[in-house]
Every structure is written in C-alpha cells, then in structure tokens.
Design a protein around this ligand. Structure first.
Ligand SMILES: N[C@@H]1[C@@H](O)[C@H](O)[C@@H](COP(=O)(O)O)O[C@@H]1O
Length: 240
C-alpha cells in the first residue's frame, strides 16, 4: 500500500483529483470506478474545474459506480444516481451510455445485481476510487462480507445507517439495504485509490493498514491488491 499523507481535505481532493486527471489525459478511453459519500466531493469538484479549463475530456471515459441504496427512486435527492449527476456527470462531457450505476428500483433486485455484475465482467476498471466507512466498509460491503463476493444485495450495518443519517431527516428514512459491488469486483480493478479525511476515520484506517486481513474489516482486503494508493489527511492518518 502506498500511503500519501496531506495536510487537509483540500490538499487531499487536489492530490486525488490529479491522479485521476492524469489517467484520463494519458488514457482517454479509460474506465473509472467511482464512489459516493462526502469524501470524494472535492475530488469531483477538482475534475470539473480541469474539464472547464479545457484540460481534460471525459468523452470516451466509461464509469462504474460502487453502489446504490434500495428503496429510493433515482430522482431522490439522496440516491447515488442523483449524487453523481449533481456532483460530476452534469458538469462534464461524459456520454450517458458510458456511465453505469447499479439500478436498485423495481421488484427483482437480484436480477439487477446480476445485470450489473455482467456489465462489470465485460470491463476492466483502470482505477477504482474508494472512500471508507467508519466501520471499515468499502462500497457497501459491510463487516463480515466474504472477500469472494461479487455484486450483491446487502443489509446496511446499523453503524453505517447512523453515519449516513446526516443526509436524511431521521434514522427511519435511511435505507436498510443497497446493491453494491462485491470485494472481488473491487479487487479486480487495475489500481485502487482510497481517500479518507477526518478523525472519525483514523481507527478504521489503522485497522485497514496495520491490522490483519480479515472479513471483519472489509477494507483490509486491499492489502492483497498490488497497486493501492491511500490518500489521508493528517486527522485520518493520526493512528498510523
Ligand atoms: N457507500 C458509501 C461508501 O462508498 C463511502 O465510502 C462511505 C463513507 O462516506 P463519507 O465519505 O461520507 O464518510 O459512505 C457510504 O456508505
């Protein structure tokens, strides 16, 4: 694992954004794995600025998002579909047919998982961007998820629902299930870029980097990936 520690969130966003922008410049037809949550927002803002400056184009880029809540229509302000539209896709020249987000609407969610997994299997993700949950989850692969899991319907941990409650009016409104890429899908990316900011992430970062590789800490699986870069601000790196 290559660990880069930076001063603050701003520097974290610029550092991560630059790595992605460099890939898009050198390989215009690249495939990006994308994440949601508060942490990547600054990274996406950086990419939008580089696009607006005419320095990069996403015309030929293909993207796959990690996950999506079940039970929220795509138009819901907290759906990840909407998050990606608002934070990135509506500001850049990516082609609608090149962006993929699990569809968690409709009755047959298992078929939606299978369809998304089949799409992923046809692609090779060049760079997978990741955040991390305070309980060590990546995507929505919660503690206890078998490492060989591919795209699946997951039950959100109570800790995750509590952490994400800040986006909703009450805990009851936070979905209890989601569709997520599995750990196996994530590890198939050519490279992984995980970003984390703030002291609430210090403990899980320490477990991910220095703890044993265990399904109790899903992010510890990244120790097995040959090309993982972790960018941390000083608070998230405090226990390393
Ligand atoms: N499914 C997402 C994860 O992909 C993300 O990494 C995590 C952390 O979010 P934040 O960056 O807001 O701390 O939140 C959600 O649960």
């Amino acid at each position: 694992m290559k660990i880069i520690t930076v001063k603050n969130y701003n520097e974290l966003s610029t550092t991560a954004g630059r790595i992605i922008a460099d890939l898009v410049s050198s390989k215009p037809r690249c495939t990006l794995g994308l994440a949601t949550g508060s942490t990547p927002q600054g990274t996406y803002q950086y990419l939008v600025e580089r696009y607006r400056a005419g320095e990069i184009s996403f015309k030929e880029v293909q993207t796959f998002n990690l996950d999506e809540y079940c039970g929220l229509p795509r138009s819901h302000p907290e759906s990840y579909f909407r998050f990606m539209h608002d934070n990135l896709f509506s500001h850049i020249d990516i082609q609608p047919e090149n962006r993929h987000i699990p569809c968690a609407e409709g009755g047959d969610l298992q078929s939606q998982c299978d369809a998304y997994n089949a799409l992923l299997r046809q692609a090779t993700v060049d760079l997978q961007l990741l955040g991390i949950g305070s309980n060590g989850h990546i995507g929505f692969c919660e503690p206890g998820t078998p490492f060989e899991r591919e795209t699946f319907l997951t039950q959100l941990a109570e800790k995750t629902r509590q952490d994400n409650q800040r986006f909703f009016n009450s805990l009851e409104e936070v979905p209890t299930t989601a569709i997520t890429m599995g750990i196996k899908n994530i590890l198939e990316a050519r490279s992984i870029l995980l970003i984390a900011s703030g002291k609430a992430k210090a403990e899980c970062i320490s477990q991910m980097v220095n703890g044993p590789v265990t399904e109790a800490v899903p992010a510890s699986a990244l120790q097995r990936h040959p090309d993982t870069t972790i960018i941390l601000d000083e608070e998230a790196a405090a226990l390393l």
